[in-house]
Design a protein around this ligand. Structure first.
Ligand code: F6P
Length: 357
């Protein structure tokens, strides 16, 4: 008999359900008896003992459904060791739930913060297997995370829609793309959507150069310009600030986000109409794309296989087109960012895309 606990933590994304289904199908198809306990709203369920025993029916009909049927929440790692508002010792409470249910293992689906806590639980003696989810694709140790390709589709659709209206009105359009501190989503959606300018956190921009590029396009007869701007995009001046000063600047920002700041500057410098579109959380919503359904199912079934073999302490990741296992201690706390020197940046530049650098 194997008894496992499952939870989804952090911001949701497409294909969480597909991944859990992959784990469950693999376990239910095995010879061994299995009990799967689902924890509600991520680590909160583990801390406060909110769970239920799941059965086969819980995992049917969910392959194509976005979101997570277990619910999710953010439980910041930086405060995990601090008592909660109710005085709760969160780490002790999670261990208590684990031992009370006599679990053999926890299967945890999450992104960066989630992996830090998962690794902490491992060091506390719990058996843990994780799966890499996030639209940001910023988890170290895996070439890709599930949710990412679906989000690229949504963000690309947004840029496609903007293209037609931008062409009609001869305007500058900024589409602000999610991705937290990295530019994977913006880079991919930007190239796929034919953006003229792509701004990502890894390549700080010079507003003067962006204005120059727009002027050159318009002088050359182009009626419109599309910018794909990462929510974490940063100017060269801001990148030169200390972390503390930059945080202070952001806190006092007049604009809701960097895109509006850029829009204001471009309006002044280019004298053209500028509009900002923010697809926001739509990028995390809706059905997983076929790629993510296959990918998450594969990752899930490998995680199920690890459970059956009793091999714990790994994230199931993807490297060089193969599903691999990566030690959790190698993953936790590391970010995978776009390398400004990578070939994809070079190729995008050869296509005429400006990164504002
Ligand atoms: O990590 C996924 C993500 O969607 C980021 O791209 C974004 O910065 C963040 O979550 C938004 O978080 P929240 O849903 O808590 O507003």
């Amino acid at each position: 008999m194997k008894r496992i606990g499952m939870l989804t933590s952090g911001g949701d994304c497409q294909a969480l359900n597909a991944a859990m289904r992959g784990v469950a199908k693999t376990l239910f198809n095995a010879k061994e008896d299995v009990e799967i306990y689902g924890f509600q709203d991520g680590y909160q369920g583990l801390i406060y003992g909110r769970f239920r025993l799941l059965n086969y029916a819980d995992f049917t009909g969910i392959l194509t459904k976005g979101g997570t049927f277990l619910g999710s929440s953010r439980t910041p790692f930086k405060t995990i060791r601090l008592p909660g508002e109710d005085g709760m010792d969160k780490v002790a409470a999670m261990k208590q739930t684990y031992y009370k249910l006599q679990l053999d293992c926890l299967v945890i689906l999450g992104g960066n913060g989630t992996h830090k806590t998962a690794n902490l639980l491992r060091t506390e003696g719990l058996n843990v297997i994780t799966l890499p989810k996030t639209i940001d694709n910023d988890l170290w140790g895996t070439d890709m995370t599930f949710g990412f390709q679906s989000a690229v589709n949504v963000a690309t659709d947004a840029i496609d829609c903007i293209h037609t209206t931008a062409a009609s009105h001869g305007r500058i359009f900024i589409v602000e793309v999610m991705g937290h501190k990295v530019g994977w989503l913006t880079l991919n959606a930007g190239i796929a959507g034919g953006a003229d300018i792509i701004l990502i956190p890894e390549i700080p921009y010079d507003i003067g150069k962006i204005a120059k590029k727009i002027k050159a396009r318009h002088d050359g007869g182009s009626r419109f310009t599309i910018l794909a701007v990462a929510e974490g995009a940063i100017s060269k001046e801001d990148a030169a600030l200390s972390k503390k000063d930059y945080k202070k600047k952001i806190a006092n920002r007049k604009h809701p986000s960097v895109s509006y700041e850029i829009a204001g500057e471009l309006q002044k410098r280019c004298g053209l109409d500028v509009r900002v579109t923010v697809p926001g959380h739509t990028q995390r919503g809706g059905s997983p794309c076929p790629y993510d359904r296959v990918f998450a199912s594969r990752l899930g079934s490998e995680a199920g296989d690890l459970v059956l073999k009793g091999e714990y302490g790994f994230m199931v990741g993807y490297k060089d087109r193969e599903i691999v296992r990566v030690p959790l201690e190698d993953v936790a706390g590391k970010l995978k960012a776009v390398d400004p020197k990578s070939s994809v940046i070079k190729e995008a530049k050869l296509l005429g895309i400006s990164f504002g650098d």
